[in-house]
Design a binder for this molecule. Structure first.
Ligand SMILES: [Zn+2]
Length: 180
C-alpha cells in the first residue's frame, strides 16, 4: 500500500528559541518549529494590540500633553522649535529658556520639564542631555494620566512638610534618575 505524500519536515530547525514558534499539526502528528516571521496572523494580531496599547497611552496622557502645548504656544509660539522625537514632541526656544531658567521652588532652574508627550526644554542641547530622564516621566504620565501632576506635587509636598528633599527624594524623580 503506497504511503500518503507527506512533505519531509526536519525534526528541529536550527534557529534561536525566541525566533521560532511551535505549531501543532494533526496532519503531521507532531509539533513543528517555524520561524516566527512566517506566522503572519499572529504577528498582525500582536502588532494590532501594540498599536491599541500605544493609542490608549497617548489618549490617557493627552490632557497633560495639551497643557504642555498650550504653555509652549504662550511662551514663544513663533520662536519655538518643535521637533518630533521617538513619539514625543520636544519644544525649545529663547522665551521658554528664560521662563525655565529661574528658581522654581527647591530648584535653581529647570533644564527640561515633561507634560504628557510634550517636553519643554531650554535648548536642543538640553533635550539631548535630559532625554533619557524625561522619557521616564513620559512613561509615568502614560501610567498615571491626569493623576500624575497631583500625585507628583503631593509626594513633593509630603516630603517638604517632613523637611526632606522634595525633588530628589520624590519617588517619580528617583525612578527617573535611576535610569541614568
Ligand atoms: Zn525629573
Amino acid at each position: 500500500m503506497p504511503s500518503p505524500r507527506v512533505p519531509k519536515i526536519p525534526d528541529k530547525l536550527a534557529l534561536e528559541p525566541e525566533s521560532v514558534i511551535t505549531v501543532s499539526s494533526s496532519q503531521f502528528g507532531r509539533s513543528l518549529a517555524l520561524p516566527a516571521s512566517l506566522n503572519f496572523p499572529r504577528i498582525r494580531q500582536a502588532a494590532m494590540m501594540d498599536r491599541l496599547q500605544r493609542f490608549a497611552a497617548y489618549a490617557w496622557a493627552a490632557p497633560n500633553t495639551i497643557l504642555g502645548i498650550i504653555l509652549a504656544l504662550i511662551l514663544g509660539r513663533s520662536t519655538n522649535q518643535w521637533v518630533w522625537v521617538d513619539g514625543v514632541l520636544e519644544i525649545s526656544g529663547p522665551k521658554l529658556a528664560s521662563w525655565l531658567n529661574r528658581p522654581w521652588g527647591a530648584l535653581s532652574s529647570i533644564t527640561a520639564i515633561t507634560f504628557g508627550h510634550t517636553v519643554l526644554a531650554q535648548s536642543r542641547e538640553a533635550h539631548d542631555f535630559t532625554r533619557a530622564h524625561e522619557r521616564i516621566h513620559v512613561r509615568q504620565y502614560e501610567r498615571w494620566g491626569l493623576a500624575f501632576i497631583p500625585a507628583y506635587l503631593g509626594a513633593s509636598g509630603y516630603l517638604w512638610l517632613r523637611g526632606r528633599d522634595c525633588y530628589r527624594e520624590n519617588p517619580f524623580e528617583k525612578e527617573a534618575y535611576g535610569s541614568e
